[in-house]
Ligand binder design. Sequence first.
Ligand code: DC
Length: 221
Amino acid sequence: MINVAIDGPAGAGKSTISRATAKELGFIYIDTGALYRTVGLNALRTGADLDNAESVAATLTDDLKVELRFIDGEQRMFLNSEDVSLAIRTPEASMAASKVSAVPAVREYLFDLQKKLAQENNCIMDGRDIGTVVLPDAKVKIFLTASPESRAKRRYDELCEKGMDVSFEDVLADMKQRDYNDSHREIAPLRPAKDAILLDTSGFELERSVALIIKTIKDNI
Ligand code: DC
């Protein structure tokens, strides 16, 4: 199977770029952030203390069901059989995802699922540690980044489009806090793999980023 790893901070355009690229190459697109978001949402709903690793780990019970299904080619997330694809996108769920993703038991819990998907499918998998931890042998590794302001602007526009009531300042502050959490945690911190291709998409039109990435992947597979 051909696996492509795309890592980078929130709002660098990973999901939009990965989705478009996967479509062009006929691969499936796997958004691993959605897995952490689903575990985060479950932790929120069950009233766990998100700043306490043991409390979060205790939410990973035997009867917890975190499922990823493809419906019309699109990934959807199910938590105990409920479709939570929209519920995992709120700012609260984003922050919960960032917190639970620092808990080793959560990363272990999601590791096998990600590995299996990559073994069974030609895929573009995006996340934070795909090139470094989950798929260290990925055929192509890309690390996408952009300035915090340009990433916050993208995320703000996305949330507004979904009808969510948020302010740009809050989105920027959240983004900076999550960047800090994601890159300073002890386990699988956000960083480029040694053999990753680094791309800064600040100020890039989406089409230009997609074209660049498709070319980079085609040149490397
Ligand atoms: O990509 P995203 O914003 O949907 O990710 C949500 C959170 O999950 C983010 O704060 C970091 C975490 N995450 C992670 O630790 N490892 C991944 N492979 C993907 C996401």
